[in-house]
Design a protein. Structure first.
Length: 381
């Protein structure tokens, strides 16, 4: 039997070694996690208290980290999200149920903290057993130089730009620019700098009187973050795209801003993918976060619908009076009920592939869903 407990700072060396052994079992070149995520993995109390570990005979057999990831979506939706990361079981302790016990404990902790959703990247079969499902729609753009063939502006030279070297003044300006994005993760300035120090990133700045200030972060052939003045970002994008095809994820249309629309102009192709694996933690908190959007979408709607999640006994009523939509956890009787499991409810609420059912003909369902959800690349854990 494993003892499940919160990690402490003194656990850090063994925790990192056990985590590394787990992932290097299948990949000998896997980086250590303190190198991969300098923003969230440090031997300090604020980071270590995010870990839950399973201890067997005074050894760390398994662990998982729950990282708060509050989001702003579309400039108005404040979502209390969490990321589940660095899930591991040491090779010597596998197939004994330790990870299952950890995940059940983590779910209970997140419910107590009343997160709206938890997101992760991982195996659909494994995490589907605990209520996570692929959901949310992210637009994937492939930026190509062929989209610039009628652009008569001069080619942007590298000497017109500069690379970020960790200067505090630049970091402050970048953080301020990012905080103005309509859809973003909520970060402190300290977190902002450490996130951009994750390995493999190259950060370029445009900073001149005519165009203003903007930055982009590149990792291999991917544009993983961007913010700043529109004209300055355009110059950065033209520099990159004229030299290599670049992939980028952008937020759903309802959550986009002018910077996302700029990137679409350079897209030689695009597709839709899922945000990641999503688990609804607290349906009431989740729908209340989207109440302003629901009110706009359901203008004139006068009725009430209950949404129920069977496994976790959560029931929320959305009631419209024609001008406002109200969200409340209640057992009151209503004219219509949509009852689904956790995984199907995530697909119904966020898309892109809703579950089949007669409820799809409901006026409420047709007008209310899918809700925009986004998980910025550099917020993954």
């Amino acid at each position: 039997m494993a003892k499940i407990r919160a990690a402490e700072v003194t656990d850090f060396p063994e925790l990192m070694s056990s985590c590394a052994a787990s992932f290097c079992e299948g990949n000998p070149t896997h980086l250590r996690f303190e190198e991969l995520y300098p923003d969230t993995i440090q031997p300090v109390d604020s980071c270590m208290k995010q870990w839950l570990i399973a201890e067997v005979r005074d050894r760390i057999a398994a662990g998982v980290q729950v990282v708060p990831r509050p989001m702003v979506i579309g400039g108005e939706i404040e979502l209390s999200a969490a990321g589940l990361g660095n899930v591991f079981t040491h090779p010597e302790f596998r197939k004994k149920g330790y990870m299952g016990a950890l995940l059940q404990t983590v779910i209970a902790i997140m419910e107590h903290r009343r997160y709206a959703v938890c997101m992760l990247g991982g195996d659909r079969l494994r995490y589907g057993n605990f209520g996570w499902e692929n959901a949310g729609a992210v637009r994937r753009l492939s930026l190509g130089a062929n989209m610039m063939r009628f652009d008569e502006r001069p080619r942007v030279s590298v000497v017109e730009l500069r690379r970020w070297r960790g200067l505090a003044a630049d970091t402050q300006r970048m953080a301020a620019a990012y905080s103005r994005r309509a859809t973003r993760a909520v970060r402190t300035e300290g977190e902002f700098a450490r996130i951009l120090e994750r390995p493999g990133q190259v950060v370029w700045l445009c900073d001149n009187e005519a165009d203003g200030f903007a930055y982009i972060s590149l990792r291999d052939d991917r544009l993983v973050e961007y913010a700043g003045a529109l004209s300055a970002l355009d110059r950065l994008v033209r520099y990159v795209v004229s030299r290599r095809r670049t992939q980028v994820n952008v937020a759903p249309v309802e959550a986009e801003d002018e910077l996302d629309r700029l990137l679409l102009r350079y897209a030689a192709g695009f597709s839709v993918g899922t945000v990641g694996m999503v688990r609804i933690v607290d349906l009431e908190v989740l729908l209340q976060a989207y109440s302003s959007l629901l009110t706009r979408r359901l203008r004139g709607w006068k009725s009430a619908v209950a949404l129920e999640i069977a496994e976790v006994e959560q029931r929320v009523v959305c009631r419209g009076d024609g001008s406002q939509v109200y969200v409340q956890a209640t057992d009151v009787d209503v004219p219509e009920t949509v009852k689904l499991g956790l995984r199907d409810m995530a697909r119904l609420l966020f898309g892109p592939f809703p579950p089949a059912g007669s409820f799809l003909d409901s006026e409420f369902v047709r007008r209310a869903f899918p809700l925009p959800l986004y998980w910025p690349d550099l917020s993954h854990v």
